[in-house]
Write a protein that binds this ligand. Structure first.
Ligand code: AMP
Ligand code: ZN
Ligand code: FE
Ligand code: FE
Length: 285
């Protein structure tokens, strides 16, 4: 069984519609794919409706989180939630709050870039997002279109990274609250790319232990942003804390170079995750 538990569609900052993504996942030889768009479940329905024979869909989300403000400097981080009840009211309201904040934040970033003379406007960024959750990759694509940079990756390293003068923070859920909220909605929380250092500062083992105490199920260890040393460290920590170890591509279509299924999760881990879920079931065609 080939299992990839982290992908993005045009419901957030991927480049394929959810219906195309599931077809591409099967064509890439996957048996199970999780759709984990940022702060939204909008892709679940279209992905389920288009499921090709032989593919199982795990509906999920990648929630924008932050460490507690009591810490010296809050650190943004991502938590994957799988198979929760999408109608759970508190969780629904929280996802809406995060998405609304992303819009005002993206507008501010566009204003700052435009004020510096760069050819970007909100209308084009809004069009790029195509009704999905807006994010920095959409601003990046507009900079590519305008010929300012050659790739979204280059747009990040030059203009969009978190240390950039054009960067604006967005609303985020305190991470232990996020873990509890996902569990309350019947879902299974997994810490996405815990040591993705190129995105900025990463959390200490102590924060991961606090997340585990709040109900975290697993750590995403095999991920394109982790080197061998990171993976070894995270495997040790997962064993110590009794957490599952997942692997995923974090596929974003043309916005990143990584291919579907480039990193995968062991079938036994997948079975263990599904066994913990009570909000939704995996869907098979
Ligand atoms: P945002 O959610 O708007 O803060 O944008 C962050 C998202 O941009 C991440 O979830 C990644 O999908 C993507 N991203 C972060 N860093 C890079 C990068 N260097 N190149 C391409 N995409 C990136
Ligand atoms: Zn993304
Ligand atoms: Fe992420
Ligand atoms: Fe992601």
């Amino acid at each position: 069984m080939r299992i990839d538990l982290h992908t993005h569609s045009t419901a957030s900052d991927g480049t394929e519609p959810p219906a195309d993504l599931v077809v591409a996942a099967r064509a890439a030889g996957l048996d199970v794919v999780a759709l984990t768009d940022h702060d939204t479940t909008a892709g679940w329905g279209p992905a389920a409706a288009a499921l090709p024979a032989g593919l199982t869909l795990v509906a999920g989300v990648e929630l924008s989180c932050v460490t507690a403000t009591a810490r010296e400097q809050p650190i943004p981080l991502h938590v994957l939630g799988y198979l929760f009840d999408p109608r759970h009211e508190d969780f629904l309201a929280e996802r809406r709050r995060l998405r609304e904040s992303r819009v005002s934040r993206a507008r501010l970033m566009v204003d700052r870039l435009a004020a510096a003379g760069l050819p970007v406007g909100w209308d084009r960024v809004h069009e790029q997002a195509a009704g999905g959750t807006v994010g920095r990759p959409h601003i990046g694509r507009v900079l590519v279109e305008a010929g300012v940079v050659r790739s979204v990756e280059e747009a990040f390293s030059r203009y969009l990274h978190s240390g950039s003068p054009y960067y604006v923070a967005k609303a985020e859920t305190e991470v232990t609250a996020a873990v509890r909220l996902i569990r309350t909605a019947g879902g299974v929380p997994v810490f996405a790319h815990p040591l993705a250092r190129r995105r900025g500062r990463v959390v200490t083992d102590e924060v991961i232990a606090e997340m585990a105490a709040a109900g975290l199920a697993g750590l995403e260890v095999d991920h394109p942003d982790h080197d061998e040393a990171d993976r070894a460290h995270l495997r040790g920590l997962a064993a110590e804390l009794g957490l599952l170890v997942t692997g995923s591509s974090d596929y974003h279509g043309a916005n990143k170079a990584i291919r579907l299924g480039a990193y995968r999760t062991e079938p036994a881990v997948y079975e263990a995750l599904v066994a913990q879920a009570s909000g939704a079931h995996p869907i098979a065609a």
